[in-house]
Design a protein around this ligand. Structure first.
Ligand code: ZN
Length: 263
């Protein structure tokens, strides 16, 4: 097979035999690709810089069977060195990579996921916002890019426009207004958030947090961090975005626990 050229971001690196690495590379045209970097653990290797975690490069790849590729040429575009030099940034970016690995698919064109990854790394590297602000916004926006945007416009039961405080059903990604919540509590001791005896997670959301969520989901992607949220409301925003991500993906992340243990 002939070589082909792609721009790709390394989102995972694992040990391979000898001086090789097995890389997971997120590309625009082909989604996630598994790439063998031959000899790239050696400092003398010409593809060494492009084969590190967080490296974004123009790569020439050649297929080597079993959906594996290897690098025949590489030009580093960006390596986000500021992330590598700060343990907190490094651990947050590692969590971002783990989420990207989880949601991206092999062989499918997906420009928006790669673009979001690059925007997020840039924001972490350059301190565009606090790390927690970036993390929460990324968590919500990546779900939106994957088709899991919560319904942020209306109450799911009565269809009214959402009032200043509403309840988010984390599992279903929709809201219930206060009036409907009262009815639920009145007619049903358990309420409809209880499902076969198990409580589904819910979050009470204020108007500013709802506005912030709407902004993150619907803004032009390169502007997804360009909003303000009062300091007193930020914790609620951080919590709901994290809960929403973990529940929608139905898993936890060791890298997230590690990052959180340090903040
Ligand atoms: Zn309602």
């Amino acid at each position: 097979m002939t070589d082909f050229r792609v721009n790709g971001l390394v989102i995972r690196e694992t040990e391979h035999k000898d001086n090789d690495k097995l890389l997971t590379v997120l590309t625009e045209k082909y989604g996630k690709l598994y790439v063998i970097g031959k000899g790239v653990k050696s400092l003398k290797n010409r593809h060494m810089a492009s084969s590190q975690l967080f490296a974004y490069s123009s790569l020439n790849l050649r297929k080597t069977g079993n959906n594996l590729y290897y690098i025949t040429d590489s030009d580093l575009i960006e390596n986000y060195y500021e992330i590598r030099n700060d343990i907190l940034k490094l651990s947050l970016a590692t969590f971002v990579c783990d989420v990207l690995c989880e949601v991206s698919r092999e062989g499918t064109e997906d420009i928006s996921i790669l673009r979001l990854a690059l925007n997020t790394f840039y924001a972490i590297a350059k301190d565009i916002k606090s790390l927690e602000f970036i993390r929460a916004s990324f968590e919500l926006r990546i779900l939106t890019e994957c088709g899991f945007m919560p319904d942020l416009s209306h109450c799911r039961d009565c269809g009214c426009e959402l009032p200043s405080i509403a309840t988010l059903d984390i599992m279903n990604g929709n809201f219930v207004c206060n009036k409907c919540m009262e009815k639920i509590s009145f007619t049903n001791a358990e309420n409809t958030f209880f499902d076969t005896g198990m409580q589904r997670p819910v979050s009470i959301i204020s108007d500013s947090v709802l506005q912030a969520m709407r902004y993150v989901c619907t803004s032009r992607q390169e502007r997804f961090l360009s909003f303000r949220l009062d300091e007193s409301e930020q914790e609620m925003f951080f919590q709901v975005c994290e809960k929403y991500l973990l529940n929608q993906l139905e898993r936890g992340f060791y890298s997230l626990e590690f990052y959180k243990s340090m903040i």
